[in-house]
Structures are given as structure tokens and as C-alpha cells.
Design a protein around this ligand. Structure first.
Ligand code: ADP
Length: 439
């Protein structure tokens, strides 16, 4: 600026310092404020720079804040997920069929699933924090279990082992355990996860099965012994009777006596046949062991029933067999034994003077044979069990050993047939039936 020139400073506002130096006689002193102006520009620039910086920082802060909020909601979601996963895991271990216990290195329970708590008979909260061995294991088993957990804490995955636990009700349960060490992030053992299965009932069943198998073996041996007795001790006297009756038949002159001896001979022959059949039957394991031949059921029925004539006469009873024609089947002659048992029972359990009817029906692919009596009948509850060995309906005052119907059932089943009983439709007595395939 040239000397004498004034400078308009109104735009910048009054300079307080300059006014104070105004000359009292009206002259205006000219001051060089170039430096001041420069300073002011500098200040302005600095101010602008500062404002820029503040704006930049504010922007940075805003972005950091945004990121922070994003991070916070991400973490919140992750925590929610974690909580959800933890609940899901708890649900999983609660529904598994074995007890799961997590122990710390002091053998105190830090987690137990629902199954475990139920098995011990407590609420989960009552078990958490308690020493497993001191509180739930019998004294004489504690050392064994301590040793198992020590192995686990050394990092061993323990094989299955069994021990007793006490329940709240004082019951003893046999548990099969598997232990797995629980490790932290650095791989240090911080506890043990144990899975235990209640095998109390399994062990009991195993014991029962073993006992049953022993009994079966014993009864099998008894059966074989019985068959041997049947063969040797019954056949011997029967063969002696056979020999003597043959001799008498050859030498006897009087016809009346000879006919009696003949009957003895035939009945003895039948006895020998039955002993042989029964001992063979006792040793039968499969149907492959019996021979089948073509037989006629009606012929067989008539033949067997004729042997009962004396007994029927004694009781004043009659036996009807109205069927005619032929009824061919493939069967073993042991089938006679079936008819004989059923006819004998029908007579045995019927009143004097009553009637027994034997009949045959065509059932398409099979024949049905019925044995109808008007006897004491069989209640519904006994209709199945009487076909089981040694089962008799008590109180009817008749002799017997309860083997007959079991033999009947076995023989019929070996022929692929069926057997059963229902009430006599006339209202009194029973109808025994058997069905067998046509030849
Ligand atoms: P047992 O006649 O030697 O006792 P069974 O096995 O032949 O042996 O018969 C078993 C039981 O079934 C008999 O004791 C009897 O109670 C009952 N039972 C068999 N047949 C008849 C029948 N026709 N009427 C009434 N009860 C019968």
C-alpha cells in the first residue's frame, strides 16, 4: 500500500487497537496492518484446516461407531446362536437313552442329563456339584471307580467297565460305563465325560436265560432217559407176553380159550407198536425223519374205534361213524395214536349211556375229522392249555397223565395239520377236531 492511501477495513470490522490510537485533533494515523492481515488469513486458513480435521475425525468416528454397532449386533447374534446351540445340545443329551455325566477333576458332577437324574432318582440341581463317588457309589466299589477316573484324567479313553450305583430309593443299579477325558483349548484334561447304561435288567434276563437253558438241557436228558426206559423196560415184558401167547395159540386146543389168547396177542402187538412209535416220536426232530404213505382216514377211524368196543360196552355207550367214501391222506401210521387218544378221551369224559360221533368233512384242500361227545365239556380258559404237556383240568375225577393231547398236537403238526376243540353245539360236551391235507 502507498503512503497516504487509506484502507477500508469495514469489511473486517473495527480494529479495537487502531481506534484507541486515533489522534485527538482529528488526524488519522495510518498504520501498516499488513502483517496483521496476513496473520488473520493464516488464522482463517488454520481455522478452515481445523474444521476440515474435525469433519474428517467426525466422519471417522461415525464410521467407527457404525462398525462398532455392526460388530455388537453380530456378537449378539452369535451369542444367541451359542445359547440356542447349548440348549439344543442339552436337549440332545437329555433324550439319549443313557446317562451322561460330566465330572471335574475332583470327581464332582458339573453336568448330568435327564436320564441320569431320573435313574438316580433326583432333580439335576440336587446332583450338580456333588462328588459322584462319595454320594452315589457303594463303599466297596469306590476304589475301583477312583482308579478308572484316575486313568481317564491321565488322558486314557477307558474301555467299558461295570459298577453299581445307589439310587435315592436305596436301589442298586448295575451300570456299564465309558469314560472320555474332557480337554480345554490347550489340550489339558479338565474333567471327564462318562456315558453310563443301566444293564440291571439285561443281566437279570441273562441269568434267567442261562438257568432256563440249563433246565432245558436237563429236561432233554430226562426225555432221552424216558425214551430209553420206554424202549428197553417196556418192550422186554411185552415181547415175553408175545412169545407166550404165540406158544399158547399154537398149542391150545379149545377154541373159546384160543380166541381169548388171540385177543391178548393182538392187544400186545398193538402195545409193542405204540411203544415203538412213541419212542420213535420222542426222538423226532423234524418231519424229514418220518415216512409218509397213502392212508385212508375213514379206514383208520374204523380200525381204531373197533378197539374200543369193550370199553363202550362197559359204559353202555354207542359210537357212530356215519361217513362213507374214501378220504386219502399222506400220513404215518402213527396217526392211529391221534384217533385213539381222541376217542379214548371222548369215552372217558362222557356219562354212561351217551353217544360219541366220529365224522369226516370235505374242506377243499383238506379233510376235517370231528370227535363229538356229550360229556363234561371244556371251559374256554382251558381250551388251549389242555394241548400243552401235563396240563389237565382238575376236579373231574378221571385218571390220566395229561400227555395224550400234547402227543396228538405234535403228531398232527408234524403232518402239517391243525387240531382244536369247541363246544358241542347241542349244548353239552365237546367237539375235538383235526384237519389234515388231502393226498
Ligand atoms: P389225560 O386224559 O391223560 O389227562 P389228555 O392230554 O388226553 O390227558 O387230556 C388233558 C385234559 O383235557 C384232560 O385231563 C381233561 O381235563 C381234558 N379233556 C380231554 N378230552 C376231553 C373231553 N373229551 N371232554 C372233556 N375234557 C377233556
Amino acid at each position: 500500500m502507498k503512503s497516504g492511501e487509506t484502507r477500508d477495513t469495514s469489511a473486517e470490522g473495527p480494529d479495537i487497537k487502531d481506534l484507541s490510537k486515533r489522534n485527538p485533533i482529528g488526524k488519522v494515523a495510518i498504520l501498516d496492518i499488513t502483517d496483521k492481515m496476513d496473520l488473520s488469513d493464516e488464522l482463517k486458513a488454520y481455522y478452515n484446516h481445523l474444521e476440515m480435521l474435525v469433519l474428517e475425525r467426525t466422519e471417522e468416528l461415525r464410521s467407527i461407531n457404525e462398525q462398532l454397532q455392526k460388530e455388537m449386533s453380530r456378537r449378539e447374534r452369535a451369542e444367541q446362536l451359542l445359547r440356542h446351540e447349548k440348549d439344543r445340545l442339552q436337549n440332545y443329551i437329555d433324550v439319549v437313552g443313557v446317562m451322561i455325566i460330566v465330572l471335574d477333576t475332583d470327581k464332582c458332577v458339573s453336568l448330568i442329563n435327564l436320564k441320569g437324574a431320573q435313574l438316580l432318582g433326583y432333580d439335576k440341581d440336587e446332583i450338580i456339584g456333588k462328588n459322584l463317588i462319595a454320594n452315589f457309589i457303594p463303599k466297596d466299589e469306590q476304589n475301583k471307580l477312583n482308579a478308572q477316573f484316575s486313568m481317564c484324567f491321565k488322558g486314557d479313553l477307558t474301555r467299558n467297565y461295570e459298577n453299581i450305583v445307589y439310587t435315592r430309593a436305596g436301589e442298586k443299579k448295575l451300570i456299564s460305563w465309558t469314560n472320555v477325558p474332557l480337554l480345554d483349548e490347550q489340550g489339558r484334561v479338565i474333567g471327564c465325560i462318562s456315558a453310563g447304561e443301566d444293564i440291571t435288567d439285561i443281566r437279570l434276563s441273562e441269568k434267567k436265560l442261562r438257568r432256563y437253558a440249563d433246565e432245558l438241557k436237563c429236561s432233554d436228558e430226562l426225555k432221552l432217559l424216558f425214551i430209553d426206559i420206554l424202549r428197553h423196560d417196556l418192550l422186554n415184558p411185552a415181547n415175553i407176553i408175545k412169545g407166550y401167547s404165540e406158544y399158547l395159540l399154537e398149542t391150545m386146543a379149545r377154541e373159546e380159550e384160543a380166541s381169548i389168547v388171540e385177543k391178548i396177542y393182538h392187544q400186545n402187538e398193538k402195545l409193542i407198536k405204540i411203544i415203538n412209535a412213541a419212542s420213535m416220536f420222542g426222538k423226532l426232530e423234524t418231519t424229514e425223519m418220518i415216512n409218509f404213505e397213502e392212508l385212508d382216514l375213514l379206514d383208520l377211524l374204523r380200525k381204531v374205534s373197533s378197539g374200543f368196543a369193550p370199553l363202550l360196552e362197559k359204559k353202555g355207550m354207542t359210537l357212530e361213524c356215519p361217513a362213507t367214501g374214501s378220504y386219502p391222506v399222506y400220513a404215518n401210521p402213527i396217526m392211529e395214536e391221534v384217533f385213539s387218544n381222541l376217542i379214548s378221551n371222548a369215552i372217558k369224559f362222557s356219562p354212561e349211556g351217551s353217544q360219541v360221533v366220529l365224522d369226516l368233512e370235505d374242506k377243499g384242500s383238506s379233510w376235517k375229522v370231528t370227535f363229538t361227545d356229550s360229556g363234561i365239556g371244556i371251559s374256554d380258559e382251558h381250551k388251549e392249555v389242555i394241548f400243552t404237556r401235563f396240563k389237565r383240568v382238575s376236579g373231574e375225577g378221571t385218571k390220566g397223565c395229561g400227555l395224550g393231547l400234547a402227543i396228538v398236537k405234535k403228531i398232527v403238526e408234524l403232518h402239517g395239520g391243525e387240531v382244536g376243540v369247541y363246544n358241542n353245539p347241542s349244548g353239552k360236551g365237546s367237539v375235538f377236531w383235526m384237519q389234515i391235507n388231502k393226498a
